[in-house]
Design a binder for this molecule. Structure first.
Ligand code: ADP
Ligand code: MG
Length: 251
């Protein structure tokens, strides 16, 4: 039973029950302001609820960014478009509109080391997370390790659960280290599970003609690659343009 000392304590108790964290923590400050500014009943209630909603949304944004597991923060504001030869203003605007995620398009960023692939992918992922999309960031090396240990490691199983339920999956550094046929099989199995429900952003320093060499050239691999590339934009950050046949493109 609640032992009520006074109205303020009682209100805090109700706020706690309703998970109104802000009201619970800051009631005295809010009351102070209401007195100072002579707020009407409606203005006071409106103020309390608005603060609660805004803070809740802010916490959700931070949570989604944290859950994405970016290796470090990078922002779009710090990305200099003019340093990349193939990124026009028009393409840039479409990219940051995130329309490609709504339409479940994939994005492949190709280019030599240091050209900004990881930076751009973290920055786009962070924007998407802040706008409400579930995002996961993983390196190819990490992803293969997760898939191989999924059934023996509870933490990895959870991480993959999150990866599978993401709207945007960023796979960094595809094609850097050789992978075995078993690893390639696990990777493509995941990609086919995600097909048509998750946008995949891949960064790679290898051009497509080298992909079969990296992943193996069995039918299953080539089929999966075709599927990824079908609804896909390819941005070569150092300027060469990649034209693939039978590909729908947004940018
Ligand atoms: P990559 O993944 O292509 O090897 P990174 O994204 O790791 O390259 O970039 C290397 C460093 O250079 C990072 O610190 C990144 O912030 C910076 N950088 C690269 N390209 C740009 C750019 N266009 N604008 C601003 N910083 C950039
Ligand atoms: Mg990189």
């Amino acid at each position: 039973m609640l032992k009520v000392q006074n109205k303020e304590e009682e209100t805090i108790h109700y706020a706690k029950k309703l998970h109104l964290i802000n009201v619970k923590n800051n009631l005295a400050t809010y009351i102070e302001r209401a007195k100072r500014e002579n707020l009407s009943h409606l203005d006071f209630l409106n103020y309390l609820l608005r603060e609660e909603v805004e803070q809740k949304e802010q916490r959700a944004k931070l949570r989604r960014v944290k859950e994405a597991c970016f290796p470090y923060p990078k922002s779009l504001e710090d990305f200099e478009i003019e340093r990349t030869r193939n990124l026009t203003q028009d393409k840039w605007e479409k990219l940051i509109s995130l329309e490609w995620i709504d339409q479940i398009f994939n994005l492949i960023l190709i280019g030599p080391p240091g050209i900004g692939k990881t930076h751009l992918s973290i920055a786009l992922g962070t924007l998407a997370a802040k706008q409400g999309y579930a995002v996961s960031f993983v390196t190819m090396k990490e992803l293969v390790q997760l898939l191989k240990t999924e059934n023996i490691n509870f933490k990895n199983k959870n991480r993959l659960k999150r990866i599978r339920s993401s709207r945007l999956l960023i796979i960094d550094e595809v094609g850097y280290l050789p992978i075995s046929p078993v690893e390639s099989g696990l990777f493509f199995h995941l990609l086919s599970e995600l097909h048509l429900k998750t946008s995949i952003l891949i960064t790679s320093n290898k051009s497509f003609d080298q992909w079969p060499e990296f992943f193996g050239d069995e039918d299953v691999v080539l089929g999966a690659l075709d599927r990824i590339l079908f609804h896909c934009d390819v941005l070569s950050l150092d300027g060469d343009s990649y034209r693939l046949e039978h590909r729908e493109s947004l940018l």
